[in-house]
Write a new protein. Structure first.
Length: 697
């Protein structure tokens, strides 16, 4: 079992329980997202750790994982408040989502559902490594978001949580509710945890009391049902542990509301009206099965062996879009797509500290990964994305040198060996009449390096810096389905080349017993990057271009008193791409690819040993986007939202009251303003209330 001490670390976002207990920063928390357990103070990256207590606080306001991340990490783009997470970037690039180290992202056909694969109530903590890195391989060009599930308790216990959420405009239509039950315990060498959750969501209203429009194509969490079943079983003997985890997650719309187009130029929002939606409900269904074996003394090493499989099916809404038309089928063809992915993998990690008695620690191993993906049009049975098979074999080595007091040096290498397999296929008729594409088995081999250092100058000051490379495939499915010229071959098609991202970062951190501040600057460049651009149907195509991103992150925590904690988090980021292939970046990256500048502020207070509150504010700054001629092409009007949460621990259980958008701010979402259309000109959620009751027994 991975050990985890629940105390507040140098960079953890956490709350200390218990009124009157002096709060101070410690270095006890360890990070497993880096493939080995290490104190945060020795990690040469910006790392955010969100513990279970903080997650529960955020769940008192929202159940949307993207919103939770944005509330705590300002360099994470604002949530779209929909089922899709397309456009939700970390430091301007796509993050790799993991659940207990198992990839949730779908690199071969990125359908934008990464953040909807598990109920946050099943999580113990979240570990986020900011910036491109190759520690987990495929897809981490923006960083890693590792969702770590709960562990069995040492004693037998049960818990139940009941919640409801509503808006004052219409308690009937907006009313939603949820229930979660968990049982956990240990028996001799065995332990286990079982949890089941269900949530039904109503519709949403904006600050003016108007119904927020439904994204009937990409999917909506409004008017939806979610179910999650989770099971973890473990067996311990000597210095070893075998653990099995099963998770099944299913979210589906009810098809009771139809989107009504707005007018983006006139500032008219997209709304919705009662009606039957044609086709199958929009849904996301994900099943995960994994086995973890740990051995604390494997021939003088620590061994971590992880075997997993994941089945993923995402159904999107239908339409008579021009993309789906085919004269051979008929006129006004209705269709909808389903993205299917099946992944298997093995991750072997060996950890050796003090090699031959020297101040050198090693982490090495190998990752083996396969992914089979296709996207089918389920009404007519056509394949939009052909069956694509991906195989990856990647040995890695990470070295840590601690021979100089207060200095930690790290260096690593990872060899990516990848192969795609795609058979002959023909694109849809809408792509210039349908293009025959010859299949092939292109291979990609890349050696990725990283180097980093942390130095504790004094008891209070620490410097850190790193240079690393990230490896990710382009959105292969989107590239393949978009081929519209003749005589193309998968074997030689340049746009399938992987994305290699060069990331550099420097930072400084100050900590004393009651105050901590960290400032970091980063650059993220790719000579052959990826940018998304929407067509007339709102369907994205991939643009492969040189991209450059830079930014600053600042965060501080102050224990103002024994009962008051203040947090400030700032992020500023800029990104450009090469629009004319001259090798120089010249045009601002749009909102679908990079987040806004943002500030998050929060105040936590423990009024008594039973009553505590949080007040949090998020300000998203206005900005303009310019083309290569310096002309403004898009303007974003910023907004400020305020949330609050009150918890009271009564003798019979904990009662929580949460209010999202307390001031009832009227705004269009970041995505709608920067990338939207008449059918996706969505306003943000107006003031909404959440009530919950939790009891452990």
């Amino acid at each position: 079992m991975n050990h985890f001490k629940q105390s507040l670390s140098l960079t953890a976002l956490a709350l200390m329980a218990g009124s009157g207990i002096a709060k101070e920063f410690t270095e006890e928390m360890v990070v497993t997202a880096s493939r080995s357990e290490r104190p945060l103070s020795t990690i040469a990256n910006t790392v955010t750790v969100i513990n279970e207590q903080e997650l529960i606080k955020q769940m008192g306001v929202t159940s949307d994982m993207s919103t939770i991340l944005g509330n705590l990490i300002p360099s994470f783009a604002p949530s779209r408040q929909k089922m899709t997470s397309a456009g939700e970037s970390l430091r301007g690039r796509k993050p790799l989502y993991l659940v207990d180290g198992v990839p949730q992202s779908n690199p071969l056909r990125d359908g934008g559902r990464d953040a909807h694969t598990i109920d946050p109530l099943m999580l113990e903590r979240v570990e986020v490594i900011h910036g491109a890195n190759a520690i987990h391989g495929l897809g981490a060009s923006g960083g890693i978001i590792n969702l770590i599930t709960k562990r069995p308790s040492d004693t037998t216990e049960q818990s139940i949580r009941i919640e409801s959420f509503f808006q004052e405009e219409d308690l009937g239509e907006s009313l939603g509710y949820g229930v979660n039950y968990s049982a956990s315990g240990s028996w001799d060498n065995f332990d286990g945890l079982a949890s089941i959750g269900y949530r039904e969501s109503g519709i949403g209203y904006d600050a003016n009391g108007d119904i927020i429009g439904f994204d009937n194509a990409q999917g909506d969490t409004l008017d939806s049902d979610m179910a999650n079943v989770f099971l973890k079983l473990g067996y311990n003997w000597a210095d070893q542990r075998l653990e099995m985890t099963v998770n099944h997650y299913d979210i589906s719309g009810n098809n009771d509301w139809v989107g009504v187009d707005g007018d983006i130029d006139a500032g008219v929002p997209t709304t919705a009206e009662k009606g039957n939606v044609q086709g199958e409900p929009v849904s996301n269904e994900v099943t995960l099965l994994s086995f973890n074996y740990t051995n604390e003394n494997f021939f003088g090493h620590k061994l971590r062996a992880h075997v997993f499989t994941q089945e993923f099916a995402a159904t999107y809404g239908g339409s008579v879009a021009a993309t789906f038309q085919d004269p051979a089928i008929g006129a006004s063809v209705f269709d909808q797509s389903q993205n299917n992915s099946e992944k298997q993998g093995i991750k072997i990690t060996l950890i050796k500290d003090e090699v031959a008695g020297l101040p050198v620690n090693l982490v090495y191993g190998v990752d083996i990964f396969t992914d089979t993906t296709y996207q089918k049009l389920i009404t007519t049975g056509r394949y939009w994305v052909p069956k694509t098979e991906y195989e990856n074999y990647a040995p890695f080595l990470q070295v840590e040198y601690v021979g100089v007091q207060d200095l930690t040096l790290t260096a690593g290498v990872r060899q990516e060996n990848s192969e795609l397999a795609v058979g002959d296929f023909t694109t849809l008729a809408s792509y210039n009449g349908g293009q025959f594409v010859k299949g092939g088995n292109p291979e990609f081999d890349d050696t990725l390096f990283n180097i980093g250092a942390t130095y504790k100058i004094t008891d209070n000051w620490r410097l850190f810096g790193n240079a690393s490379e990230g490896f990710s495939m382009a959105d292969v499915g989107r590239v393949l389905r978009g081929i519209n010229t003749a005589n193309q071959s998968v074997e030689t098609f340049l746009d399938l080349e992987p994305i290699i991202t060069d990331n550099t970062e420097i930072g400084a951190e100050y900590t004393n017993h009651s105050f901590q501040a960290q400032l970091s600057y980063y650059q993220s460049d790719s000579d052959f990057g990826q940018r998304l651009e929407a067509n007339a149907d709102g369907i994205y195509t991939v643009k492969r271009e040189k991209t450059e991103i830079s930014g600053i992150e600042f965060r501080t925590t102050w224990f103002a008193s024994e009962v008051d904690t203040l947090n400030l988090r700032l992020a500023r980021q800029e990104g450009e791409y090469d629009s004319d292939a001259d090798g120089k970046v010249d045009t601002d990256m749009a909102g679908a690819n990079i987040g806004p500048n943002r500030a998050n502020v929060s105040w936590d207070r423990e009024w008594t040993d039973k009553l505590n509150t949080r007040l949090q504010l998020s300000h998203v700054q206005s900005r303009s986007f310019k083309n290569s001629s310096g002309q403004t092409t898009t303007k974003f009007k910023g907004y400020t939202t305020i949330d609050t949460n009150i918890d009271y621990a009564a003798s019979f259980g904990t009662i929580s009251l949460g209010v999202q958008n307390l001031s009832n701010e009227d705004y269009f979402t970041y995505y709608s303003q920067t990338t939207g259309s008449d059918s996706r000109n969505f306003k943000g959620l107006g003031r909404s209330v959440s009530l919950s009751f939790a009891k452990q027994f």
